[in-house]
Design a protein around this ligand. Sequence first.
Ligand code: FMN
Length: 218
Amino acid sequence: MISPEVAGSEAPTALSVIEAIRRRRSIRRYRSDPIPESVLGELLEMTRLAPSGCNAQPWRFVVVRDEATRARLAEACTFVARRSGEVYPQRWIAGAPVVVVAWGFERDAGAIYVREGQAIVADGAEAAEDARHMGVGFQSGLLIDLAIAFDHLALAATALGLGTCWIAGLNEPKVKEVLGIPAEARAPLAMTLGYPAEWPGPRPRKQLSGIVFYDRYS
Ligand SMILES: Cc1cc2nc3c(=O)[nH]c(=O)nc-3n(C[C@H](O)[C@H](O)[C@H](O)COP(=O)(O)O)c2cc1C
Protein backbone atom coordinates (compact mmCIF):
# COMPACT_ATOMS: atom_id res chain seq x y z
CA MET A 1 0.00 0.00 0.00
CA ILE A 2 1.32 3.43 -0.91
CA SER A 3 0.84 6.06 1.74
CA PRO A 4 -1.43 8.83 0.43
CA GLU A 5 0.94 11.39 1.92
CA VAL A 6 3.86 9.95 -0.04
CA ALA A 7 2.33 8.94 -3.37
CA GLY A 8 2.71 11.70 -5.94
CA SER A 9 4.23 14.20 -3.55
CA GLU A 10 7.81 14.77 -4.67
CA ALA A 11 8.38 17.95 -2.72
CA PRO A 12 6.47 17.45 0.51
CA THR A 13 6.88 19.67 3.50
CA ALA A 14 9.53 17.96 5.59
CA LEU A 15 8.20 15.89 8.46
CA SER A 16 9.46 16.54 11.96
CA VAL A 17 12.12 14.14 13.19
CA ILE A 18 9.54 12.54 15.49
CA GLU A 19 7.14 12.01 12.58
CA ALA A 20 9.95 10.65 10.41
CA ILE A 21 10.99 8.14 13.08
CA ARG A 22 7.38 6.97 13.36
CA ARG A 23 6.83 6.80 9.60
CA ARG A 24 10.10 5.19 8.42
CA ARG A 25 9.84 1.66 7.05
CA SER A 26 12.25 -0.55 5.16
CA ILE A 27 11.17 -0.09 1.54
CA ARG A 28 12.08 -2.76 -1.00
CA ARG A 29 9.98 -1.65 -3.99
CA TYR A 30 10.54 1.74 -5.63
CA ARG A 31 9.01 3.88 -8.31
CA SER A 32 11.38 4.62 -11.18
CA ASP A 33 11.15 8.43 -10.66
CA PRO A 34 14.62 9.89 -10.24
CA ILE A 35 15.49 11.75 -7.05
CA PRO A 36 15.88 15.47 -7.88
CA GLU A 37 19.44 16.79 -7.46
CA SER A 38 18.27 19.31 -4.85
CA VAL A 39 16.67 16.56 -2.73
CA LEU A 40 19.71 14.28 -3.02
CA GLY A 41 21.96 17.20 -2.12
CA GLU A 42 19.88 17.97 0.97
CA LEU A 43 19.97 14.33 2.07
CA LEU A 44 23.75 14.15 1.71
CA GLU A 45 24.06 17.41 3.66
CA MET A 46 21.99 15.90 6.52
CA THR A 47 24.28 12.87 6.39
CA ARG A 48 27.39 15.07 6.57
CA LEU A 49 26.12 16.74 9.76
CA ALA A 50 26.04 13.48 11.74
CA PRO A 51 28.15 13.27 14.90
CA SER A 52 31.15 10.92 15.06
CA GLY A 53 33.56 9.73 17.74
CA CYS A 54 36.26 12.40 18.34
CA ASN A 55 34.54 14.27 15.46
CA ALA A 56 36.76 12.17 13.22
CA GLN A 57 34.17 12.02 10.39
CA PRO A 58 35.79 8.87 8.97
CA TRP A 59 33.00 8.29 6.46
CA ARG A 60 32.98 8.37 2.72
CA PHE A 61 30.01 7.66 0.51
CA VAL A 62 29.62 6.38 -3.02
CA VAL A 63 26.27 7.47 -4.44
CA VAL A 64 25.35 5.01 -7.17
CA ARG A 65 22.85 6.22 -9.77
CA ASP A 66 24.16 4.55 -12.93
CA GLU A 67 21.83 1.68 -13.84
CA ALA A 68 24.51 -0.82 -14.86
CA THR A 69 26.52 -0.12 -11.71
CA ARG A 70 23.40 -0.50 -9.56
CA ALA A 71 22.80 -3.89 -11.15
CA ARG A 72 26.38 -5.00 -10.42
CA LEU A 73 26.16 -3.64 -6.89
CA ALA A 74 22.89 -5.50 -6.30
CA GLU A 75 24.59 -8.72 -7.44
CA ALA A 76 27.25 -8.11 -4.76
CA CYS A 77 24.58 -7.73 -2.07
CA THR A 78 24.05 -11.34 -1.10
CA PHE A 79 23.96 -12.91 2.33
CA VAL A 80 24.34 -16.49 3.52
CA ALA A 81 22.13 -18.18 6.11
CA ARG A 82 24.47 -19.71 8.68
CA ARG A 83 22.38 -22.81 9.33
CA SER A 84 21.47 -23.83 5.79
CA GLY A 85 24.44 -22.25 4.01
CA GLU A 86 21.91 -20.98 1.47
CA VAL A 87 22.89 -17.84 -0.44
CA TYR A 88 20.22 -15.16 -0.54
CA PRO A 89 20.43 -12.66 -3.41
CA GLN A 90 19.02 -9.16 -2.95
CA ARG A 91 18.43 -8.26 -6.60
CA TRP A 92 15.53 -5.95 -5.69
CA ILE A 93 18.23 -3.44 -4.69
CA ALA A 94 18.83 -2.67 -8.40
CA GLY A 95 15.27 -1.31 -8.58
CA ALA A 96 16.09 1.62 -6.29
CA PRO A 97 17.09 4.71 -8.32
CA VAL A 98 19.93 5.46 -5.90
CA VAL A 99 22.03 3.20 -3.69
CA VAL A 100 24.49 4.79 -1.28
CA VAL A 101 27.45 2.80 0.04
CA ALA A 102 29.12 3.97 3.25
CA TRP A 103 32.79 3.18 3.56
CA GLY A 104 35.98 4.34 5.25
CA PHE A 105 39.30 3.37 6.77
CA GLU A 106 39.33 2.08 10.35
CA ARG A 107 42.51 4.12 10.95
CA ASP A 108 40.54 7.34 10.26
CA ALA A 109 37.97 6.68 13.00
CA GLY A 110 38.26 7.20 16.73
CA ALA A 111 38.97 3.95 18.54
CA ILE A 112 38.72 2.45 21.99
CA TYR A 113 40.91 -0.17 23.58
CA VAL A 114 41.14 -1.39 27.14
CA ARG A 115 44.24 -1.10 29.38
CA GLU A 116 43.89 -2.62 32.85
CA GLY A 117 40.13 -2.41 32.62
CA GLN A 118 40.11 1.25 31.58
CA ALA A 119 38.88 2.37 28.18
CA ILE A 120 41.49 4.37 26.31
CA VAL A 121 40.32 6.65 23.51
CA ALA A 122 42.75 7.09 20.63
CA ASP A 123 42.66 7.71 16.96
CA GLY A 124 42.47 4.60 14.84
CA ALA A 125 46.11 4.59 13.79
CA GLU A 126 47.36 5.10 17.40
CA ALA A 127 45.01 2.41 18.70
CA ALA A 128 46.20 -0.06 16.08
CA GLU A 129 49.83 0.61 17.01
CA ASP A 130 49.26 0.42 20.79
CA ALA A 131 47.15 -2.68 20.43
CA ARG A 132 49.87 -4.34 18.37
CA HIS A 133 52.49 -3.58 21.08
CA MET A 134 50.21 -4.63 23.91
CA GLY A 135 48.80 -7.66 22.13
CA VAL A 136 45.22 -6.54 22.76
CA GLY A 137 42.33 -6.02 20.40
CA PHE A 138 40.77 -2.65 19.77
CA GLN A 139 37.42 -1.54 18.58
CA SER A 140 37.35 0.98 15.76
CA GLY A 141 34.50 3.45 15.89
CA LEU A 142 34.11 3.31 12.11
CA LEU A 143 31.04 1.09 12.05
CA ILE A 144 29.29 3.16 14.73
CA ASP A 145 30.02 6.40 12.87
CA LEU A 146 28.86 5.01 9.53
CA ALA A 147 25.65 3.79 11.15
CA ILE A 148 24.92 7.17 12.72
CA ALA A 149 25.45 8.91 9.39
CA PHE A 150 23.15 6.42 7.69
CA ASP A 151 20.45 6.91 10.29
CA HIS A 152 20.57 10.64 9.53
CA LEU A 153 20.20 9.74 5.86
CA ALA A 154 17.28 7.37 6.46
CA LEU A 155 15.35 9.79 8.66
CA ALA A 156 15.99 12.82 6.45
CA ALA A 157 14.87 10.78 3.42
CA THR A 158 11.69 9.73 5.21
CA ALA A 159 11.04 13.34 6.21
CA LEU A 160 11.21 14.33 2.52
CA GLY A 161 8.87 11.53 1.36
CA LEU A 162 11.45 8.99 0.22
CA GLY A 163 11.87 5.37 1.21
CA THR A 164 15.09 3.67 2.29
CA CYS A 165 16.37 0.26 3.27
CA TRP A 166 19.51 -0.50 5.20
CA ILE A 167 21.69 -3.19 3.61
CA ALA A 168 24.30 -5.04 5.64
CA GLY A 169 23.76 -8.32 3.81
CA LEU A 170 26.51 -7.85 1.27
CA ASN A 171 29.75 -9.32 0.07
CA GLU A 172 32.18 -6.59 1.07
CA PRO A 173 35.11 -7.47 -1.24
CA LYS A 174 32.72 -7.63 -4.21
CA VAL A 175 31.08 -4.32 -3.30
CA LYS A 176 34.51 -2.69 -3.05
CA GLU A 177 35.56 -4.13 -6.38
CA VAL A 178 32.41 -2.90 -8.16
CA LEU A 179 32.86 0.64 -6.81
CA GLY A 180 36.66 0.96 -6.91
CA ILE A 181 36.95 1.27 -3.11
CA PRO A 182 40.45 0.33 -1.83
CA ALA A 183 40.70 -3.26 -0.60
CA GLU A 184 42.06 -2.19 2.83
CA ALA A 185 39.01 0.01 3.52
CA ARG A 186 35.75 -1.21 5.07
CA ALA A 187 32.47 -0.90 3.16
CA PRO A 188 29.99 -2.59 5.47
CA LEU A 189 26.74 -0.77 4.72
CA ALA A 190 24.58 0.27 1.80
CA MET A 191 21.26 2.09 1.72
CA THR A 192 18.66 2.17 -1.03
CA LEU A 193 16.90 5.46 -1.71
CA GLY A 194 13.90 6.31 -3.85
CA TYR A 195 10.22 7.15 -3.99
CA PRO A 196 8.39 4.17 -2.55
CA ALA A 197 6.07 1.90 -4.53
CA GLU A 198 4.92 0.32 -1.25
CA TRP A 199 4.44 1.53 2.27
CA PRO A 200 4.21 -1.46 4.56
CA GLY A 201 2.72 -1.35 8.01
CA PRO A 202 4.98 -1.07 11.05
CA ARG A 203 7.12 -4.09 11.85
CA PRO A 204 6.87 -5.34 15.43
CA ARG A 205 8.98 -3.83 18.17
CA LYS A 206 9.62 -5.01 21.72
CA GLN A 207 7.73 -3.33 24.53
CA LEU A 208 9.61 -0.66 26.49
CA SER A 209 8.99 -2.66 29.67
CA GLY A 210 11.21 -5.46 28.34
CA ILE A 211 14.17 -3.31 27.30
CA VAL A 212 14.39 -0.29 29.63
CA PHE A 213 15.63 -0.40 33.22
CA TYR A 214 15.63 2.67 35.40
CA ASP A 215 18.66 3.38 37.57
CA ARG A 216 19.79 -0.25 37.66
CA TYR A 217 19.33 -3.45 35.69
CA SER A 218 16.88 -5.67 37.50
C1 FMN B 1 22.08 -2.68 10.21
C2 FMN B 1 20.91 -3.16 9.37
C3 FMN B 1 21.13 -4.03 8.33
C4 FMN B 1 20.07 -4.44 7.50
N1 FMN B 1 20.33 -5.22 6.40
C5 FMN B 1 19.31 -5.55 5.57
C6 FMN B 1 19.56 -6.27 4.37
O1 FMN B 1 20.69 -6.62 4.04
N2 FMN B 1 18.50 -6.56 3.56
C7 FMN B 1 17.23 -6.17 3.86
O2 FMN B 1 16.32 -6.44 3.06
N3 FMN B 1 16.95 -5.48 5.01
C8 FMN B 1 17.95 -5.16 5.86
N4 FMN B 1 17.71 -4.42 6.99
C9 FMN B 1 16.32 -4.00 7.29
C10 FMN B 1 15.73 -4.73 8.49
O3 FMN B 1 15.35 -6.01 8.10
C11 FMN B 1 14.52 -3.89 9.01
O4 FMN B 1 15.00 -2.64 9.46
C12 FMN B 1 13.78 -4.58 10.15
O5 FMN B 1 13.20 -5.78 9.70
C13 FMN B 1 12.67 -3.69 10.72
O6 FMN B 1 11.78 -3.25 9.70
P1 FMN B 1 11.56 -1.71 9.44
O7 FMN B 1 12.88 -1.11 9.00
O8 FMN B 1 10.53 -1.61 8.34
O9 FMN B 1 11.07 -1.09 10.72
C14 FMN B 1 18.74 -4.01 7.80
C15 FMN B 1 18.54 -3.12 8.87
C16 FMN B 1 19.60 -2.69 9.63
C17 FMN B 1 19.35 -1.68 10.73
